[in-house]
Design a protein around this ligand. Structure first.
Ligand code: SF4
Ligand code: SF4
Length: 319
């Protein structure tokens, strides 16, 4: 697999410099183990990955939450639910009044040993953000693997059954393009998804979040293999919208890897770009002393993926 990193991280990027604001969202990667191995996965997660967060680092996450500054704990992976510390982190965060997001791949809900997961998530009032890259079966299976579509539909059904997709329990779906193009407008696609999923399966969700594919990791390698990398980067640059700079994730989100090291965002984590870019690697324990407010963000060419068109973040389009 070819790596796009060297093409993206170069001295003198023309992406504008950015500085952090107060951190209100802690996005924590609990490890790279996952029951799937999707084509677009920017963490190259899969069933054979062994890198998982330790109990000590999970304790540190809770200590940082106790300081009271963090409003949202965003749990990701891999499949975050596969971490032995997932439920403890959820319970502790919720007891502190922190909003918890579970970035769920849906199919994990059907795996043996996870049957009670929907009830647990509902009980704790966790927001579920789940990938469903298309409402059409063929496109989902192409991107995520055979049988993933049917499993995802069944998982949404189970979440609906415990109250998700209604007024009190949030179930948001994530769309990302199957090919080397920008996502279509979020509002129109959300309507299509809602109509089609209700008509075909009588299943329901709250919001659709459109996310631009980042030219890194597995998707970067696919672009390189198909000789589409330069064209895709040009597409991102041509659609750069400076208005989105105000809202990109790295302004208020701090990304934490399974060992507790800090990054300005999840994408930088995958590229190994340490938070701040000052030649050292900050660790979560520093958040016990103070915030990173005002520190520079480590930007590189992939950042155009966040500002192109309607913009893109873990919360969907920015504009
Ligand atoms: S489900 Fe998510 S974490 Fe797992 S392989 Fe797919 S994209 Fe990666
Ligand atoms: S890729 Fe990360 S660092 Fe770059 S603009 Fe997006 S959120 Fe910020």
């Amino acid at each position: 697999m070819r790596d796009s990193r060297a093409l993206l991280v170069r001295s003198g990027t023309d992406f504008p410099p950015l500085r952090r604001r107060p951190t209100t969202i802690l996005q924590v990667n609990l490890g790279y183990r996952c029951n799937l191995s999707c084509v677009h996965c920017h963490v190259n997660a899969g069933p054979t990955r062994t890198e998982m967060m330790s109990a000590e680092t999970a304790d540190l996450v809770i200590e940082v939450l106790r300081r009271g500054q963090i409003e949202t704990l965003d749990l990701t992976g891999g499949a975050p639910e596969m971490s032995p510390h997932f439920r403890r982190l959820v319970r502790e965060a919720r007891a502190l009044g922190v909003t918890v997001i579970d970035r769920c791949n849906l199919t994990i809900l059907l795996e043996p040993g996870y049957e009670d997961l929907p009830a647990f998530l509902a009980d704790q009032g966790v927001q579920v953000v789940a990938s469903l890259p298309c409402y059409l079966e063929e496109n989902v299976n192409k991107q995520r693997g055979k049988g993933v579509y049917a499993a995802s539909i069944e998982a949404i059904r189970r979440l609906n059954r415990v109250g998700y997709g209604g007024e009190s329990l949030i179930l948001d779906l994530v769309y990302n393009p199957v090919g080397a193009h920008l996502p279509p407008p979020q509002a129109g696609l959300q309507e299509d998804y809602k109509r089609e999923l209700a008509a075909r399966f009588d299943i329901h969700f709250n919001r659709l979040l459109t996310i631009t594919n980042m030219p890194i990791s597995r998707f970067g390698a696919v672009l390189l293999a198909h000789h589409q990398f330069d064209d895709y980067m040009q597409l991102l640059r041509n659609n750069h919208n400076p208005a989105n700079l105000d809202d990109v994730m790295c302004r208020n989100t701090l990304s934490v890897d399974y060992q507790g090291y800090l990054y300005d965002c999840d994408f930088n984590q995958m590229l190994g770009l340490a938070q701040g870019g000052a030649g050292r690697h900050p660790h979560l324990r520093e958040m016990l002393q103070g915030d990173k407010d005002g520190e520079p963000v480590y930007v590189a060419d992939h950042c155009f993926g966040c500002t192109a068109g309607a913009g893109s973040s873990c919360g969907g389009a920015l504009a």
